[in-house]
Design a binder for this molecule. Sequence first.
Ligand code: SF4
Length: 380
Amino acid sequence: MNHELIPKELKSIAEKVEAQQRISEADALTLYHTNDLNALGMIANVVRERKNGNYATYIHNRYINYSNICILSCQFCAFAARKRDAHAFEYAIDEIVRVVRDALPLGVTEVHMVGGLHPSLKKDWYLDLLRQLRALDQKLHIKAFTAIEVRHLAQRVFKMPLRDTLEILRDAGLGSITGGGAEIFDPVVRDKICRGKETAAEWLDVHRTWHSMGGRSTCTMLYGHIETVAHRADHMRLLRELQDETGGFTGFVPFAFEPTQSHGILTDIKRASAFEQLRNLAVSRIYLDNIEHLTAYWVSLGLPLAQVSLSYGVDDLHGTILEEKIFHMAGATTPQQQSIAALEYAIREAGREAVQRDSHYRHIPSAATPASAPAELACA
Ligand code: SF4
């Protein structure tokens, strides 16, 4: 790091990072308040390259939203519907299995599956779904259900303790749980943007339980709405503390609130700027010293900005995704999928070494073929 390019107010933090010392929440706030984005990127890059060298990864995955029918109405969510709503949908197991079967010849290694808190699907439906997906290909990793879906299944569907529920899901084929639903942990903000959702302690407890079973998961943060940067620092503090305890988080995936369809308390909120998204990624890379990977969710950033973020702490561009719905129902204008060629091109053009990964961020041979489509960055 060239210390001459680090402004005075960031020097002590830069020195801590170089000495591999942990930064405090106060330090995180100092970082959030700087406008020297390039200095922030340089500091974040120290952590990024210490942990991941020059590699930048992506996963070849297939998204499935089995249903958007949900008993909750989180204020930021344009995805959820009541059964009677025109935009409500619910796929049959056969349809989901067919879609995943069709994706297997493309080389996908993971199916990523979340949905609403469905009021009437039964325990056997969820278990049959997992078993049938598992039967398609023993090597396919099934990453499914947010912490709140897991709690919904435990309390209302399976009517069993959390751990027993997770064990049954795992026996049926669940490979890992997703990091969604964390939003912002602060209880006041949480009550305003997603009343009725599980508390921070409950979200953390689902992941703690899963990690205690040997499971791995990712973690997320939804920012750029009514929260302050102090709320973000506090959110990351809780994640860092749980990671100290369990070591079960593989990666952190922050994403900005998509405001296009917003209403109520979220009306008139402007989309987080490119500057703010890069700043947030860099701060999280520096603060979360015990989480190995930082993912840029290109669905939210757009691939061009996700590519730039590879110089601001990010070491992973998420995946091919193949049909994202949740952000697009909220108004996102990014593509709904990326090709391997486009992801690898974005990584190489940023001067990083592109590597395909599995669901736990482990490097695997690339499924790219010489005949892959010409690589162009899809515009956000
Ligand atoms: S965010 Fe999840 S829990 Fe909340 S309304 Fe949407 S689907 Fe339901």
